[in-house]
Design a protein around this ligand. Structure first.
Ligand code: UD1
Length: 434
């Protein structure tokens, strides 16, 4: 298992390019299953989850070409298998995004039920209830969800999600695009990735529109066609680099981002004393500010509020702020796995229910720590970048799932970070650029 060796205490300076959004590319790849024509996607990040999603499409019978590194040319004309097996779903929950497209186009789908994961139980009951409302028969057999559309086609309906669900909304958007008649989704998610998927689907011939902020109307069509689409920049990677600049007392120019997709994050981090300026619509200049960081509370909520995917990174930042900050997690029940590791580095954090109370500023010291999930790994990298001495972060396969060439990017702005692979215990970075 690969590890990162980080020697902390160096301010990060320079320019960084943000990659395409993992959480947008995943549903967009799945959407290509809705049509026999070719879908071309640009700006697909080269991260492990996308490699897994690509493998899923190929296993189903689609062809995926990559004429250029971040361009995927997908043709799902010859899909003949309608099944996402446990081996894939257990490594990446987003495989459940195959359910909606397969069910809508072929009238049948079998997808292994994802189990719990490091951040919570994460059921998909809301996806399944919505498919049933669209007329599907859904059953569970030996850990697999089996869904069929009687007479081969789903029927438009009214769906009200009791909880905002991102992939649930995406699954229904894809399924309803090929259903007969109109579907109305109430309490639909509003994340930028939802809008990106809607853009792609509409380019493919779908008829999706917002009817009020949380209501989406979809008029089903008989068939969808090919399209070409560029994935939006990753707002969570953007937020992570904002914290990287602030936590190391550095200054970064963050290019190819969409500041309007992370307004709540930018506003909150500004409140703590960090200077963040949009120097053009796709570039942010982040400086640490002259008077140090001050603690500010935060609560995670669905978009457009502060995202749960930035909670762990924000907590690392708050260990360096003067005062007490309460960080409340409302989306996932078990998303404080990074706390124990931050404590090993010298942070002062207490958890009570869904709130972690951080007392700062603490002097962090490098330590051996373990990554437990994708964003927790990012928070440990950030803490290690500002800590005194050496940290070794184990299980970085979590970070490889969602951050493109993180070692190369951090080194390019002055971080002292190396990837240690199992075959190379001497500490040299073997796979340059990952
Ligand atoms: C997506 C993101 C993930 C992000 C999360 C919340 C992708 C690939 N992943 O995950 O990075 O952290 O949104 O912004 O886009 N829930 C149910 N039943 C369901 C579905 C969800 O109870 O059927 C609950 C979940 O357990 C959670 C909440 O609803 O408590 C929100 O989850 P959801 O928005 O569905 O997260 P994902 O789509 O899995």
């Amino acid at each position: 298992m690969d590890k990162f060796l980080i020697r902390g205490g160096r301010p990060l300076h320079g320019k960084i390019e943000i990659s395409g959004a993992k959480n947008s590319a995943l549903p967009c790849l799945a959407a290509a299953l809705l049509t026999p024509e070719t879908v071309i996607l640009h700006n697909v990040p080269y991260v492990k989850d996308l490699i897994t999603q690509r493998r899923l499409l190929e296993d189903l019978g689609a062809t995926v070409l990559t004429p250029e590194l971040r361009t995927h040319k997908i043709n799902a004309r010859n899909v003949a298998i309608y099944e996402a097996p446990y081996e894939l779903v257990k490594t990446m929950r987003a495989s459940v995004l195959a359910l909606g497209p397969l069910l809508a186009r072929f009238g049948q789908a079998k997808v292994s039920l994802p189990g719990g994961c490091a951040i919570g139980t994460r059921p998909i009951d809301l996806h399944l209830k919505a498919f049933e409302k669209l007329g599907a028969t859904v059953s569970l057999d030996s850990g697999d969800v089996i869904a069929t559309a009687p007479n081969g086609r789903l029927k438009g309906t009214e769906i009200e999600f009791e909880t905002v669900t991102v992939t649930g909304t995406e699954n229904v958007m894809m399924a309803a695009s090929l259903a007969e008649g109109r579907t109305v989704i109430r309490n639909a998610a509003m994340e930028p990735e939802i809008e990106d998927l809607a853009d792609l689907l509409n380019k493919m011939g779908a008829r999706i529109r917002r009817a009020g902020t949380t209501v989406m109307e979809i008029d089903g069509v008989e068939a969808l066609g090919g399209a070409e689409h560029t994935i939006i920049p990753d707002r969570i990677e953007t937020g992570t680099f904002i914290v990287a600049a602030a936590i190391t007392n550095g200054e970064l120019e963050i290019k190819n981002c969409r500041p309007e997709h992370l307004t709540a994050v930018i506003e909150k981090i500004r409140e703590t004393g960090v200077e963040i300026e949009a120097i053009n619509p796709s570039t942010l200049l982040v400086g640490s500010g002259s008077s140090g960081l001050v603690a500010k509370d935060v609560t995670t909520e669905p978009h457009p509020r502060f995202p749960t995917d930035m909670q762990a990174q924000y907590m690392a930042l708050m260990t360096q702020a003067e005062g007490v900050s309460n960080i409340t997690e409302t989306i996932f029940e078990n998303r404080f796995m990074h706390v124990g590791e931050l404590l090993r580095m010298g942070a002062d954090i207490h958890i009570s229910g869904h709130t972690a109370t951080v007392r700062g500023k603490t002097k962090l010291k490098g330590a051996p720590v373990q990554a437990s999930d994708l964003r927790a790994s990012a928070s440990l990298v950030l803490a290690a970048l500002c800590a005194e001495g050496e940290s070794v972060i184990d299980r970085v396969y979590h970070i490889d799932r969602g951050y493109e060439t993180i070692v190369r990017k951090l080194r390019s702005i002055g971080a002292d970070i190396e990837r240690i692979t199992e075959s190379n215990s001497t500490g040299k970075e073997v796979i340059a650029g990952r």
